[in-house]
Write a protein that binds this ligand. Structure first.
Ligand code: NAD
Ligand code: 9W4
Length: 636
C-alpha cells in the first residue's frame, strides 16, 4: 500500500475510496493488505494527473455541469475508464430493466435556476426547536430512534408557520381522495408495515400532494424526514400540516420532521437538506426519495471530501450554489469527519423523481462512483405520461386563466413543440375552443400534428395572427425578442417546457425603449415603443417571466397526476427497502408489471372496468394473464 501511495500520489484513504467505488481493482495479500498490479498503479497515476491538470475532484467526474462545460475532460475521463468501464449487467429476466443510454437532456433545476440568495429574503416565521450545531456532534449510536420525543412530539423541524396546519390538513384530506394510488397502497401494505424500522429521507417539493406521499410512507411504517427540493415550491400550509400530523396540534406537533418554507435562501436550502439527513440519534437515512438529486449529490460529495480529508474552495467560475454546497460540507466535516461515509454505507438506495436527477445518477453510475442502487421513477410510463401529458393538459389552461382570465375560445394558440407536453397543451386549448397551430422540428411529430388535424407552421408565419404562444420544447431560443416585438397587441406568451431559456427574456429586456409593467406577480405587460406599424405602440403579456407558467401562475399538476408519480415512488421504495439484495450500485427502472400495477390502482377511481384475458388469449399473444402485457420497447 505504502509503495502505491508513493508511486501514485493518492493517500491510503483515497485508495480505499477509489477501490470501493470500483474505479480501480486491488488484490489482497494473505495478510489482507491491498496489492495493486502495475496496470492499476499506472491507472491511478494517470487519474491523479488528469484531475490535477483540470483542478477537479473525483465527484466532478459525475458533476454534470462541469462535465458539460469541459467536453475535453469528459473525453479524457472516458478514455481513462477504457476497458474497465463498468458496463451494465444484462437485465435480470422480467424483474427490471436498465437503461442503455443517458437521457439526452440538459440537467437543470425544476423551475429554472434557484435565485441567488441576495434576491430572496426569507420572511419565514419559523418554528424550530432544532439545535443543529449540537446534533452534528451527537454520537452515531444507531438505535433506530424515532423522530418524536418521549412526549410524542416532533421536536426538530423548521417550517414557516405551524398555525397554517389546519388549512393544510383540510387540503391534504381533499387530496387523499384524489390520490387513489397512494391510498390503495396504504390499504394493501398498511398491515404488513414494509417500512417498519426504516428511515426515509425525502428531498421533494413540500406540497399538499407530497404530504399525502409522506403520510403514505409513515402509514407503511417509515420514520420520515423531509426537505423541499426547490427554494420556492413549498406550500407552507402543507409543510405545517405534515409537522403537526393528523393527530397533533401546533402546540404539540406529532407528525414528521420537515425542513422547508417558501422563499428559502440558498444557504437555508442546503442547511435544510443537511438537517433532513441528520436523525436525532446522529444516524442517517436507510433510503432516499429524491427529486433533482440534491440529497444524493450532497452525500456523494460528502463521501468524496471526507475521503480526501478536506473540502476544496469554490473556483471563480463555479456557481454560487456550488460554493454553498461546499460550505455546507465543510461545516459538516469539521463537526464529524466521517458522517457521510458512515451514512452512505447504511443507505440501501434512492428513488429519483425527475429527468434532472436521473441524469445525475447515470453520470455517477457511468463514472463508477454511484454509492448505492438507484431507481429511476421518472421513466415509468405511469409517471411520465401523467407528468408530461395529462398534467400539462390540466395546468396549462389553469395558468393561463389565473394569469389573464382571457377567453381562450376563438383565439389562435401557437404551441411550439408537439411532444408529450405539446400534445397535452394542444388538447386543452382545443378543448376550450381555441384554433391551434403548432411548430415542430421533428418530421414525425409534425406529421402526427397534421394527422391530428393541426396546421403545422413556422413561428415566423404565426407571429402576425397568434393570440397565445406557448413553448413546450425543452429546447432553447424558441421565441426571440425580435419575434415578440412582431406579435399582435396583447398577445400572451408563456413557457411550460424546460427551464427559462425557451423565451429570450434577457433579449426582451434589452429591446430599446421597451417597458416592463407588472400587472400582478408573475404577469407582466411588455410595452414596445411606437413604430411605423404600431404608431401608438403595442404590448405583449409574458407569464411567469418566461419560466414554467403552470407552476408560477397556477399550482402545477392536480393531485390525481401526482398520485401516479408518487405511487411509483412508494413502490420503488418498497423494492429497495425490502428486496435490497436484488439491486447493485446501478440505475434501474421499475419493471413493467409494477408500472401496470400503478395504472391498475387508479382504475376504480375513474370507473374503468378492465377486461380479463382468457388463458387462451394470453397464450395467443404471448403474455401472462397477469401481465406484463407489452414488450419493454412498446411505446404507449
Ligand atoms: P418531448 O421531447 O416529447 O417534446 C418536445 C418537442 O419539442 C419534440 O417533439 C421536439 O421535436 C420539439 N422541438 C424541439 N426543438 C424545437 C424547436 N426549436 N421548435 C419546435 N419544436 C421543437 O418532451 P416533453 O416530454 O414534451 O417535455 C418537454 C419539456 O417540458 C421538457 O423540458 C420537460 O422537462 C418539460 N416538462 C414540463 C412540465 C411542467 O409541469 N411544466 C411537466 C413535464 C415536462
Ligand atoms: N413550484 C414552484 C412554485 C412557485 C414558484 C422566482 C419568484 C414543481 C413540481 C411540483 O417548482 C415548483 N415560484 C417561483 S419558482 C416556483 C416553483 N418563483 C421564481 O421568482 C417566484 C414545483 C410537483 N407538484 C405539482 O405539480 C403539484 N403538486 C406537486 O407536488 C410542485 C412544485
Amino acid at each position: 500500500m505504502q509503495q502505491t501511495v508513493e508511486e501514485t500520489g493518492w493517500s491510503p484513504r483515497m485508495l480505499r475510496y477509489l477501490e470501493q467505488a470500483n474505479l480501480v481493482t486491488a488484490g489482497r495479500s494473505p495478510g489482507g493488505h491491498r496489492i495493486y498490479s502495475p496496470r492499476q498503479v499506472e491507472r491511478l497515476r494517470q487519474l491523479k494527473l488528469l484531475l490535477e491538470e483540470y483542478g477537479v475532484g473525483i465527484t466532478d467526474l459525475a458533476f454534470e455541469r462541469r462535465m458539460r462545460t469541459e467536453p475535453e475532460l469528459a473525453r479524457r475521463i472516458d478514455e481513462w475508464f477504457g476497458a474497465i468501464h463498468r458496463v451494465s449487467e444484462p437485465p435480470t429476466a422480467g424483474i427490471f430493466r436498465r437503461l442503455a443510454a443517458d437521457p439526452n437532456d440538459s440537467a437543470t433545476l425544476p423551475y429554472g435556476t434557484r435565485s441567488p440568495s441576495t434576491e430572496v429574503q426569507s420572511e419565514a416565521r419559523t418554528h424550530a426547536c432544532s439545535d443543529h450545531e449540537s446534533e452534528h456532534q451527537m454520537s452515531s449510536s444507531s438505535t433506530g430512534s424515532p423522530t418524536v420525543d418521549s412526549a410524542g412530539s416532533v421536536h426538530d423541524f423548521k417550517v414557516a408557520d405551524l398555525s397554517l396546519a389546519a388549512f393544510g390538513r383540510k387540503e391534504i384530506t381533499l387530496a387523499e381522495h384524489e390520490m387513489p394510488g397512494l391510498m390503495a397502497l396504504r390499504a394493501e401494505y398498511g398491515k404488513a408495515q414494509p417500512f417498519k424500522g426504516k428511515k426515509i429521507v425525502g428531498s421533494l417539493h413540500m406540497t399538499v400532494q407530497t404530504a399525502v406521499l409522506i403520510e403514505t410512507l409513515t402509514a407503511l411504517g417509515a420514520d420520515v424526514r423531509w426537505v423541499s427540493c426547490n427554494i420556492f415550491s413549498t406550500q407552507d400550509h402543507a409543510a405545517a400540516a405534515v409537522v403537526v400530523g393528523p393527530n397533533g396540534t401546533p402546540e404539540n406537533p406529532q407528525g414528521v420532521s420537515v425542513f422547508a418554507w417558501k422563499g428559502e435562501t440558498l444557504e437555508e436550502y442546503w442547511w435544510c437538506t443537511d438537517q433532513a439527513l441528520n436523525w436525532p440519534d446522529g444516524s442517517g437515512p436507510d433510503s432516499i426519495v429524491d427529486d433533482g438529486g440534491d440529497a444524493t449529490l450532497l452525500i456523494h460529495m460528502g463521501v468524496e471530501y471526507e475521503a480526501a480529508g478536506a473540502v476544496p474552495s469554490a473556483g471563480e467560475d463555479d456557481s454560487e450554489e456550488y460554493g454553498v454546497i461546499l460550505s455546507t460540507l465543510r461545516a459538516s466535516i469539521a463537526a464529524n469527519p466521517s458522517r457521510f461515509t458512515t451514512m452512505a454505507q447504511s443507505i440501501v438506495g434512492v428513488t429519483e423523481e425527475t429527468t434532472t436527477g436521473v441524469h445525475r445518477l447515470y453520470e455517477f453510475a457511468k463514472a463508477g462512483t454511484l454509492l448505492f442502487p438507484a431507481i429511476n421513477v421518472n421513466d415509468s410510463v405511469t409517471k411520465s405520461k401523467f407528468d408530461n401529458k395529462y398534467g400539462c393538459r390540466h395546468s396549462l389552461i389553469d395558468g393561463l386563466n389565473r394569469a389573464t382570465d382571457v377567453m381562450i375560445a376563438g383565439k389562435v394558440a401557437v404551441v411550439c413543440g408537439y411532444g408529450d407536453v405539446g400534445k397535452g397543451c394542444v388538447e386543452s386549448l382545443r378543448g376550450q375552443g381555441a384554433r391551434v397551430v403548432v411548430t415542430e422540428i421533428d418530421p414525425i411529430c409534425a406529421l402526427q400534428a397534421a394527422m391530428d388535424g393541426l396546421q403545422v407552421v413556422t413561428l415566423d408565419d404565426a407571429l402576425g395572427y397568434g393570440d397565445i404562444f406557448v413553448t413546450t420544447t425543452g429546447n432553447k431560443d424558441i421565441i426571440s425578442a425580435e419575434q415578440m416585438s412582431r406579435m399582435k397587441h396583447q398577445a400572451i406568451v408563456g413557457n411550460i417546457g424546460h427551464f427559462d431559456n425557451e423565451i429570450d427574456m434577457a433579449g426582451l429586456a434589452r429591446v430599446p425603449g421597451v417597458e416592463k409593467v407588472e400587472v400582478k406577480p408573475q404577469v407582466h405587460e411588455w410595452r414596445f415603443p411606437a413604430n411605423a406599424e404600431n404608431p401608438n405602440g403595442h404590448s405583449i403579456i409574458v407569464l411567469s417571466e418566461g419560466r414554467l407558467l403552470n407552476l408560477g401562475n397556477a399550482t402545477g399538476h392536480p393531485s390525481f397526476v401526482m398520485s401516479a408519480s408518487f405511487s411509483n415512488q412508494t413502490i420503488a421504495q418498497i423494492e429497495i427497502l425490502t428486496r435490497t439484495d436484488q439491486y447493485g450500485n446501478d440505475v434501474y427502472t421499475l419493471p413493467k408489471i409494477l408500472d401496470e400495477k400503478v395504472a391498475r390502482l387508479h382504475l376504480d377511481a375513474v370507473g374503468a372496468k378492465l377486461t380479463t384475458l382468457t388463458k387462451q388469449q394470453a397464450e395467443y399473444i404471448g403474455v401472462d394473464v397477469h401481465g406484463p402485457y407489452k414488450p419493454e420497447h412498446y411505446r404507449y
